[in-house]
Write a protein that binds this ligand. Sequence first.
Ligand SMILES: NC(=O)CC(=O)C(=O)O
Length: 274
Amino acid sequence: MELKIGLIQMKTVDSKEENLMKAEKMIKEAVGKGANFIVLPEMFNCPYETSNFIHYAEEERGRTWGFLAKIAKENNIYLVGGSIPEIEGDKTYNTSYVFNNTGAQIAKHRKIHLFDIDVVGGQKFKESDTLTSGNDLAIFVTPFGKMAVIICYDLRFPELSRLLVQKGVKLIIVPASFNMTTGPLHWELLFRARAVDNQVYMIGAAGARNYDSSYIGYGNSLIVDPFGKITDKLTEREEILVTEIDIAQVEAIRNQIPVLKHLRHDLYELIYKK
Ligand SMILES: NC(=O)CC(=O)C(=O)O
């Protein structure tokens, strides 16, 4: 089966139900264009503001989880549900759920690195004011190949992507929401760097830019191939991207420039401590 990926670059407003309706409409549009694997952006059901997370948070199998499972099944698609605020006990996480085409959950990623930054004259944000970080890798197997999900700021940590690749991952999906301070300089650079380092496909699904929001997202959802080339990219507006991906390119590139075989494990190594 060919992998036809659909990225949903949607604008998020201050109403969970409106956000779900928008997601459904755009997913159906992507399915209409042949997508069989769809990715939503980070915090797609909730405006990306620390004060919102607790109000929008749901337990696993809650409203948004059920909505995603149903959409995956009804449309016979794999679905990476961007991320949403998830509550468990007294803790809230930035969580991505992944569903297969029968609507069964096949993976879950809680953002490992929380986005706490303070750029002089630019973006400030402190996810740790209301969120707790996750501790697990989210690797899953599909008929298209082995994949993993990380969330936004996780992209900045090369150790994490390398760890996933060491475990056989060929495509890394990143629901994200960069901003107008970091996006212009770092967005493409980081995706291309992770792709070249690891010779994997890197998929970035961002929200559309919303100038009415306190956090202005960068948009520019993109796909980078294992040679580091941006093969597809959106603008900052609300739109979808549907394109075919040839996973066999990963092995082809690894055979031509075998950096992963040339690693000097006798000199250095990366250890997963869990
Ligand atoms: N929003 C994030 O988690 C990350 C981000 O915007 C950045 O790293 O820049």
